[in-house]
Design a binder for this molecule. Structure first.
Ligand code: SF4
Ligand code: SF4
Length: 355
């Protein structure tokens, strides 16, 4: 299990996708519960911990107190953080070196990133990645992209991989909670051809024994080879729960104002579960997609037709990746690759797998 701790509803950026901070009535600026109660919740469940926001480093005291407190206990979990990287100095180096995964928000090439995240933000996030590497951070550093109409998936993913800073690149499509846009047209003209080109590069490198850290491809291949992805792949509502600063526990970190997502409160013995149902359970792609996103599944903000459009894009990508399965199995048989290195995400590190 993973506990996502929203340290604050505040964000110091105003990206085009989400517009910045949460409404403080829903997600307060800082925690109002006792840290001991939170640590008890985590330790009892032997849960991994991910720090999230807003921007989690606007409340670094909570991050440090939770990490210190768990370090004093017999707790064998992992620490993860999702951050925009602008406040890297808010956390001393020894805390950074205790993370198993660090996810930095960056969308690709400088102009693609800065159009949505603000002028100069590409430089800042790449600076943060460099500082982490120079400080000796050698665990999983993940570039977490939001993919929108201006993205060229091949160019932007290869750009980030080419920086030599990130172990993995993951992305989410800017769909469902954004205004409706021409996803179908863009997917046909740009995204799916780009995915195909990227998959050609991926398999070409694998023939040489090198696995490019393209997280959605690896996650889909994990489903093909090991058939063990949770549903949804992010685990929301069944193996991932988010503690908000007011002590409410929700199934998904962005579902802060939805009754269906409220699963309990800090101090409760049991949490409710929220599960994916039909049409996903009967979908022929369910083995790989696993319902994609619980929030999108329940909310249907683009209505039924929009939900189907996203499904079509998902199916297109899954088809491209799964077509590589038999060759990848051959590469394992020939000793060029191993199943162990193909298993990613190795644990729930908040990479949602299906974009
Ligand atoms: S492709 Fe669509 S219907 Fe099929 S499992 Fe994924 S989200 Fe559900
Ligand atoms: S993929 Fe969907 S359900 Fe999962 S954490 Fe993200 S928004 Fe929530």
């Amino acid at each position: 299990m993973i506990t996502i701790i929203t340290t604050t509803g505040l964000c110091n950026m105003r990206c085009g996708y989400c517009g910045g901070s949460f409404d403080p009535k829903l997600v307060p600026d800082r925690e109002v519960y006792s840290i001991e109660d939170l640590v008890e919740f985590i330790a009892e469940r032997d849960s991994d911990v991910a720090f999230y926001g807003g921007e989690p480093l606007l409340n670094p005291r909570l991050v440090m107190e939770v990490m210190d407190s768990l370090a004093r206990r017999d707790w064998g979990g992992r620490f993860i953080i999702q951050t925009n990287g602008t406040l890297i100095e808010n956390l001393p180096k020894r805390y950074w070196l205790s993370f198993d995964s660090v996810l930095l928000s960056v969308d690709g090439r400088p102009w693609v990133n800065d159009r949505q995240r603000g002028e100069g933000s590409y430089e800042e996030v790449v600076r943060a990645a460099r500082i982490l590497r120079e400080s000796g951070f050698s665990n999983d550093l993940i570039a977490r992209m939001t993919v929108w109409e201006g993205t060229d998936i091949y160019e932007d993913v290869t750009h980030l991989l080419g920086l030599g800073l990130f172990d993995h690149v993951h992305w989410q499509l800017n769909v469902i909670w954004s205004e409706r846009w021409d996803l179908d047209g863009w997917a046909r003209a740009s995204y799916l051809p780009g995915i195909r080109k990227l998959s050609n590069l991926w398999i070409k490198e694998m023939r040489r024994g090198r696995i490019l850290g393209i997280a959605p491809f690896l996650g889909i291949m994990r489903a093909a080879l090991f058939d063990d992805l949770p549903s949804p792949p992010c685990g929301a509502g069944s193996e991932s729960f988010t503690v908000l600063p007011n002590g409410r526990i929700v199934a998904c970190p962005i579902a802060v104002d939805s009754d269906w997502a409220q699963v309990g409160n800090l101090g409760d013995e049991e949490l409710n579960e929220v599960r994916i149902g039909e049409p996903c359970l009967s979908c022929e792609y369910f083995k790989y997609c696993r319902g994609r996103c619980l929030y999108a599944y329940v909310e249907r903000l683009w209505e039924e037709e929009g939900f189907r459009s996203v499904c079509n894009v998902t199916k297109g990508m899954i088809g491209i990746i799964v077509s590589l399965e038999s060759e990848i199995r051959e590469l394992v048989k020939d000793g060029i690759l191993s199943f162990k290195e193909l298993y990613y995400p190795r644990y729930n590190n908040t990479v949602e797998v299906i974009p």
